[in-house]
Design a protein around this ligand. Sequence first.
Ligand code: PMP
Length: 428
Amino acid sequence: MHYTRSSELFRHAQCYIPGGVNSPVRAFKNVDGVPVFIKRGKGAYLYDEDGNEYIDYVNSWGPMLYGHAFPPVIQAIIDKAKLGTSFGAPTTMESQIAQLAVSMVPGIEKIRFVNSGTEAAMSAVRLARGYVGKRKIIKFAGCYHGHADGFLIAGGSGLSTLGIASSAGVTESATVDTLLASYNDLESVRSLFRKFKGEIAAVIVEPVAGNMGCVPPDNGFLKGLRNICTHYEALLIFDEVMTGFRLAKGGAQEYFKVLADIVVFGKIVGGGLPVGAFAAKSDIMNELAPVGAVYQAGTLSGNPLAMAAGYEMLRAITEDGTVYERLERKGQYLEDGMTALFRKYNIDFTINRAGSMCSIFFCRGKITNFETAHAAANDMFTRFFNGMLKNGIYLPPSSYETWFLSDALSFNDLDRTLEAVDLTIRQF
Ligand code: PMP
């Protein structure tokens, strides 16, 4: 494999775009590499500008449940585009996708569509504060909820109860109401509720954390959060930008049988177009303008192309009774295969997986929170990533990211992936 053209394109991009990319992780900085420039994707495969083919485990960071260029989604976009791309006025497709989403997800009655997961999480927190009438929120170290100011606080060594901004340009006043707890540690949540009695509006959590590598919730963690929030009259917000429509038709609420008060969506709900959404029971959602006092808006929100793409994706899921079983089987097959290989070669590893989300940590011991996930951000991952890329497997370029399996992957693709793992380890 050579990357001549990607290297040239990256040099050119860096002249005009900061770091050559429109979102930082794409730059392959964590893995000391040059990003491959993608020309097209079809099903389970990506093709780069140098003509290399890859089996894709990024899937645009989650949206491509059925793989790339999924025909019903592409056709819907083409058909809609011919009618005009944006009106800033209501269209029928908005209520159709809203009705469909509400029918698929437990515990929600109304949904509002926005343009990204960032917007959705930001708006969900504003809504929670407006509804509850309190200021503070709890987030977990290592969970990511988009790049709105209030979420950009450091996790890292030890817990800090008051937020410290982890990005230049974020003021202390923007993060002072964000409290940090430790993932899978209910006591860290309880102690914040005790300390800030009567001040906490909501707890926001990734029901399966996917932004410190894949870290599933321990048994009872989500249920415990539910009970704590109910007890202290705070709202529980599930950020299902990754897990929504991926773990199950009804997302993590269905998968773990725990109901949240507000649910945040992104990725799959837009079928690969820029969409986010947040949803709840009507009494909460009716706090939003124009009905209620919590303002939230968007010129391109509910965009016809995006809604048509999302609708086709959700419709395909609804009509397909077995997609999550298939994904589970494929996930299990990959996990078993990799486990056997790492054991065979005596490599320290931990694989975390929930359905079609998984990741490998190159260290011993359980990875249950941000602190333990740090241990795996090592040179071994970098070598593994680069070896896999050379062997035709496109993985997320950081140990802090989750792999996403698509239904387009065949068992033959999974076998080819395992062969690449074998080859990569032997080339270490
Ligand atoms: N929440 C979670 C759980 C996410 O994983 C992400 C992005 N990966 C976001 C929010 C932000 O979504 P977006 O990148 O669409 O703004």
